[in-house]
Design a protein around this ligand. Structure first.
Ligand SMILES: *Cc1c(COP(=O)(O)O)cnc(C)c1O
Length: 373
């Protein structure tokens, strides 16, 4: 038996007729850039999340960058983020001209630990730098603790940008991830819970002034109203392709059904594994969109090998915390700076997760894993 880690082929085959048709439509009308599907998708996405505005763009990284660029960051500005994330979270802060500062994570959710934020703010100030914002990451498909984070941010006059690249639509109280901060960014990279067939992303906000800025920044800092060739600021070329928008419109229709299937996969994993390993923790009033199903195991190499011998793939997110990556050597972080994050990095492992995993595949994965422990 061979199990795909993420089964994009089955998903395509399930919706093939619809997807082929909408791609053909784009080929027929020929508006490859900013065609009508783009606006239609933006309306559908903002309606799904419950924000006033949505602006699609070329990737999750560009979505983060666009959101950060609205804040006009300066070289002494610092944005707090999680060290337990994909590199792009911190990278986008650097690209926007500021410096990331890291906050350790909670040992249960693996998201930014709100109780560690204020110590980081004080530390940044002692270095004569300006803390200006917080960018929590909704890791593995579960939203960070925005009630607390937004509260701390207000107290210290900081902005909050939600990195919801892994958590599009995850429930948080009566709201959804992508709508939990002033600005939120998500990714439609194919392997994300809602993926297109290339790169894609989106920014969400309720603030119309920020939205106008995003519209300008997405296309070379173009004028917000008026002269197309009198650019008012430095921007990007960060549009979403019309074909990707057309594909996402179809996939969004099926998203809630796929989330139910992902949930059922996670429940089955939990059933087999909960007495043997630390299974994912979901806080009260929240749900996960299961970007990953990740567990903690004592001897990870042994588990990886046992599963590999049965052709069952695993992945490690993330083996190296961002504060210890080569690109941030100049910030002089050391092993031991963020002990929870570093410990999780050593023991975390993600199992195959997609809506089309069969009960037999899940059972075999779990049995193999348990006998390796
Ligand atoms: C995937 C991801 C990104 C970047 O998204 P891309 O579409 O790949 O650019 C940013 N942050 C997190 C947490 C991610 O998982």
């Amino acid at each position: 038996m061979s199990i795909p880690f993420i089964d994009l082929k089955s998903q395509y085959l399930n919706h093939k007729t619809e997807i082929d048709k909408v791609i053909q439509n784009v080929l027929d009308h020929g508006q490859y850039i900013m065609g009508p599907e783009v606006k239609k998708l933006e309306s559908a996405l903002s309606e799904y999340i419950g924000t006033k505005h949505c602006l699609t763009c070329s990737s999750g990284t560009d979505a983060l960058l666009l959101a950060l660029m609205t804040k006009k960051l300066k070289s002494k500005d610092v944005v707090l983020t999680s060290p337990f994330t994909f590199f792009a979270s911190a990278e986008s802060i650097s690209l926007a001209g500021a410096t990331p500062a890291f906050v350790d994570i909670d040992k249960n959710t693996y998201n930014m630990d709100p109780s560690a934020i204020e110590a980081t703010i004080e530390k940044v100030k002692r270095q004569n730098l300006n803390p200006v914002g917080i960018m929590p990451v909704d890791i593995f498909g579960i939203a960070a603790d925005y009630d607390l984070i937004n509260h701390i941010a207000r107290k210290h006059n900081l902005f909050v940008i939600e990195d919801a690249a892994q958590a599009f639509g995850a429930k948080y109280n009566n709201q959804k991830a992508c709508g939990l901060a002033e600005l939120a960014a998500t990714s439609f990279y194919p392997a994300k819970p809602l993926g297109c067939y290339g790169d894609g992303g989106a920014v969400f906000t309720d603030n119309t002034d920020l939205y106008d800025q995003l519209v300008s920044l997405r296309v070379h800092g173009q004028s917000i109203s008026g002269d197309k060739y009198n650019n008012i600021q430095i921007g990007l070329n960060a549009r979403m392709d019309t074909i990707q928008a057309a594909i996402l419109l179809v996939k969004l229709e099926h998203y809630d059904t796929e989330l139910k299937l992902r949930n059922s996969v996670a429940e089955q994993y939990n059933y087999y594994l909960k007495d043997f390993v630390k299974v994912p923790f979901i806080p009260e009033q929240q749900s996960s969109v299961w970007a990953q199903y990740s567990i903690m195991v004592p001897d990870r190499a042994k588990v990886v090998n046992a599963l590999q011998n049965k052709n069952i793939p695993t992945a490690i997110f993330y083996p190296l915390p961002v504060h210890l990556s080569g690109a941030y050597k100049h910030l002089y972080y050391q092993s031991g700076d963020f002990p929870v994050c570093e410990e999780v990095s050593k023991h975390i492992i993600s199992l195959p997760m997609h809506p089309y995993l069969s009960e037999t595949q899940i059972k075999e994965t779990c049995e193999t894993l348990i006998s390796a422990l």
